[in-house]
Design a protein around this ligand. Sequence first.
Ligand code: C6P
Length: 408
Amino acid sequence: MLDTVSVRADFPILAREENGKRLVYLDNAATSQKPRKVLDAIQHYYHFHNANVHRGAYTLAVEATEAYEAGRTAVAGFVNAWAREAVVFTRGTTESINLVASSWGRTNVQPGDRVVVTAMDHHSNIVPWQILCQEKGATLRMVEITEDGRIDLSDFGRALESKPKIVAFPYVSNSLGTVNPVAQLTRLAHAAGAVAVVDGAQAAPHLRVDVQAIDCDFFAFSGHKMLAPMGSGALIAKPALLEAMPPYHGGGEMIERVWDDHATWNKIPHKFEGGTPNVEAAVGLGAAIAYLEQLGMDRVAEHESALARVAIERLTQIESVTIYGPRDHRAGVVPFTYGDIHPHDLATILDRDGVCIRAGHHCTQPLMRRLGVAATARASFYIYNDVDDIDALVSALRKAGELFGVPA
Ligand code: C6P
């Protein structure tokens, strides 16, 4: 396990108390807290190097550009991208997937075509494809999940028989914690002639990602879930695909030449980064990656799996708790319900003890329907969580059980 005492000391917000109790932050799947190194890197950038990037001939602008592009180099190394040019900065997973749907999708999907997603996908990896399919007269096919919360590989195989153009799936489910066999799913998608789009929102922060080993065509992630600022993230794509794709947004910096009635495009990835980019996001993301790499992503993954195992073991001892998702091959996401207590009530009551959990459909309504619930409560772990946090969760839950008269 990680040395959480020293890790916690790096996160100023974790020193705050909630109702006189230690802050127990268990909503990391929604967003992570930020270490001092990331906050300092952003402040340092604004104190010493701020200017608009890629445009200026003066020293400050060159430094700002270098800081921005250093963030790209860090991302490329972090996910083992094919090249630096394979990294397009976006506002996060949602924008990355919309970019693929709008650019690759609009160019390549024709009436009558199929797009495949899974029933455990986040709305961000469903709705952009729905919009594309509606616009193009294509059909969206949702692959079912098994009883124990995995992608149903038989149904996945059946969905591929229709030779879809795009197959999209999550690396890690935010509502089940399932870690999917993404390299295998990509191989199957390619064999059916499709491009594979991996939603890496819950993977990049928590395990070692290697896009070349997965061999996916597109990989989307959000920086804010991995210690970096809000509004940071990237799309990683095979360079040949990016070269062939039309731009997503028109504007400054994404062009080569502009004539009265048409324009030609800048090189990748700049073709997809129209307008002044979020430089502080790239700087913060670079610092976040340095922090995570110093801990080691294998240790991060081990730490969170260990916490999930302990949490599941402890929660299972509470009579009326139901835990969702598979028992193994899972990340540090633990969704549950507690008797008939509404998850929102549970989250509000736990907050009195300083325990922050998420309650709701977690932007996975098709999945919730299949689970037969409107909402779940969810604890999700990161590098600064420890067994004390799980103890606090369990004791706050037992108190809630007493309050609502639910067997504990
Ligand atoms: N999930 C949660 O589970 P953005 O908002 O673009 O940073 O990320 C969207 C997203 C896409 N895919 C998956 C698997 C996700 O988990 C998320 C974000 C958050 O609490 C918010 S619903």
